[in-house]
Design a protein around this ligand. Structure first.
Ligand SMILES: N[C@@H](CCC(=O)N[C@@H](CS)C(=O)NCC(=O)O)C(=O)O
Length: 211
């Protein structure tokens, strides 16, 4: 039995899009952020960090988006969301999954929650601005690395593209959103055109603009 604890548009969107791509049955369990349910005693038993998402896979309770994504890619190899273990392509896949989770995704924490990064609340806007500048640089590097290739791994679509797409989407409210980089915009257009991704957005109730 697979179940995903989610909130619309949150980091749970990556495993959600993957589960739709894979096409297996799974349960969606909404974590009501309106009532801070991610910090409730019940949820903290699943993820002591109080963060979304969590994946349940029978008796496995897994937190950390990238770990969930890697597990799903491995558990359902027929979906082709990651290259074969031991190949050079797989190494590139690891590089992007790790880079995306510990660089832009982590930086977004500072952008979305700047008050967590300062001791004086008045310093929060400056902390947010600094995070934004770092995010711009990170997306510039990703854009340079992507170049004119269709996907992060070249011709081959993978879970890393879904991850990058989610991060592009999170920046849509920035003065210089990631989609202003034309190759990131084109990648996001290719991802949003996928029926599995559209279904994930429909189920989460996410309306346009999508990124
Ligand atoms: N490193 C964690 C970060 C997860 C995270 O920051 N989730 C956000 C939503 S995107 C969250 O739970 N925010 C609510 C909170 O921190 O209370 C992961 O990738 O799973």
């Amino acid at each position: 039995m697979l179940a995903l604890y989610y909130y619309p548009g949150n980091a749970s969107l990556l495993p959600h899009m993957m589960l739709r791509e894979i096409g297996v049955p799974f349960e969606m369990r909404l974590v009501d952020r309106g009532s801070n349910a991610q910090k409730s005693p019940e949820y903290l038993k699943l993820n002591p960090n109080g963060r979304i998402p969590v994946l349940i896979d029978d008796d496995l309770v897994l937190f950390e988006t990238a770990a969930i994504a890697l597990h799903l890619a491995d558990k359902f190899p027929q979906a082709g969301l990651s290259p074969a273990v031991g190949t050079k392509e797989r190494a590139e896949f690891y590089k992007w999954m790790v880079h995306l989770t510990n660089t832009p995704q982590a930086e977004y924490r500072a952008w979305f929650y700047p008050h967590e990064h300062v001791s004086d609340e008045a310093a929060a806007p400056a902390a947010k601005q600094a995070a934004e500048r770092r995010l711009y640089r990170m997306f510039d590097v990703i854009s340079e690395q992507l170049g004119d290739r269709a996907w992060l791994l070249g011709d081959r679509f993978s879970a890393a593209d879904l991850f990058l797409f989610m991060l592009i989407r999170w920046g849509r409210g920035m003065p210089r959103p990631p989609r202003m980089l034309s190759n990131l915009d084109a990648l996001a257009e290719r991802v949003i055109a996928r029926p599995a991704v559209q279904e994930a957005f429909r189920v989460e109730g996410i309306q346009a603009p999508f990124f």
